[in-house]
Design a protein around this ligand. Structure first.
Ligand code: PHE
Length: 347
């Protein structure tokens, strides 16, 4: 009996590695360990054995059974791993494939550099507690000129600078300063807001002049606001934009809607003030017009100039963007050329 048991075990050991699939394994297991399996058949003969032999046989049979179960487990695992490997080989995935959109003949979308810079400016102003306002591109004479203390005789109203509509009353706004007036119409002081947007002037185009360009208007009205407040504020702003300490200088500048009025320059980032082609050898770059809001402008906004005052500024976004990304011709910005725009995808 014992010998038969060892034979069955030997046969089991010799054939288990040939079992190649889980269904075959189930069958194989039943053949040996099932109710009608080979092991049970032997156990059936136990009753004819002496008590001692019964004990010996029983003990060995249990061992054999356990060894078989272990072997079946091991072999089953191996079969499953083989099956997984086979599947992997069939559905081989090339993980070095970058899935670049350009491989599919398409361009990845990205922000235009002007959009990125405008958004960055908005974030800076939002963090300083400013609201962001909008104003219309098509504006009336009142909001673009009159309410801003620009008299009829002012050269800014000259037909050559302004795109007028045929009705003679509407125009394409020549600056974002209309947002000052629009803002005062909806806000009570104290307030501070900025308004970015497109502006239009009838200009001869060259490397630094476009007929449509971008400005960001700012206005802060409160009590006892002074020129040093304005300078400190604008310097902080430029340092935030360029992520460096920026030197600024003020020059007197005439804008009918501010008094006193200034032009603010910053030291050229590219040459450190030594003079280069970007700053046209002067070492300084014009950043913006600014000044203390003219009492007449406050009055047009229904604000009492004896009680309130403040500053306003209007900065060109195109020039700033060019400085920031070392773009040497403003016309690139409006070219619609994808080869140009693609360079900024990462920003
Ligand atoms: N609107 C002026 C321009 O377009 C800029 C400016 C805005 C100046 C606000 C002073 C105050 O040049």
């Amino acid at each position: 009996m014992l010998q038969k048991l060892e034979e069955v075990k030997k046969e089991f050991d010799a054939s288990i590695d040939a079992v190649g699939s889980m269904p075959d394994m189930a069958q194989f297991k039943a053949d040996y360990l099932g109710k009608k399996g080979k092991l049970n058949a032997l156990m059936g003969g136990m009753r004819d054995l002496s008590d001692d032999d019964k004990k010996n046989f029983g003990a060995r049979a249990n061992e054999v059974k356990q060894e078989m179960l272990d072997a079946i487990d091991r072999r089953s695992q191996a079969i499953e791993i083989d099956a997984i490997n086979e599947k992997l080989a069939e559905n081989r995935m090339d993980i070095s494939w970058t899935n670049k959109i350009s491989d599919l003949g398409q361009q990845a979308a990205g922000l235009h550099p002007l959009t990125s810079v405008t958004r960055e400016l908005e974030d800076i102003f939002l963090s300083m507690g400013f609201d962001i306002l909008d104003g219309p591109h098509i504006e009336d004479e009142y909001h673009n000129f009159e309410a801003l203390n620009i008299p009829e005789s002012h050269p800014a109203r000259d037909m050559q600078d302004t795109f007028w509509f045929k009705d003679g009353e509407h125009l394409l706004r020549t600056h974002t300063s209309n947002i000052q007036i629009r803002g005062m119409e909806v806000k009570k002081p104290p307030f501070k807001f900025v308004g970015p947007g497109k502006v239009f002037r009838c200009e001869t185009l060259d490397a630094s002049h476009e007929a449509a360009f971008h400005q960001l208007e700012g206005m802060m009205v409160g009590e006892d606001i002074s020129v040093p407040h304005m300078i400190h504020f604008l310097r902080t702003l430029l340092s935030e934009i360029f992520k460096a300490e920026i030197k600024v200088r003020l020059r007197p500048g005439f804008f009918p809607f501010v008094e006193p009025g200034f032009e603010l320059d910053y030291e050229c980032m590219l040459c450190g003030g030594k003079g280069c082609s970007v700053c046209k050898q002067v070492g300084w770059v014009e950043a913006l017009g600014c000044g203390m809001v003219h009492p007449n402008v406050l009055r047009s906004g229904g604000i009492d100039p004896d009680k309130w005052n403040g500053f306003a500024f209007g900065m060109g976004i195109d020039r700033l963007t060019m400085m920031r990304y070392h773009i040497d011709d403003v016309r690139h910005l409006h070219s619609g050329n994808l080869q140009f725009s693609e360079q900024f995808r990462a920003y």
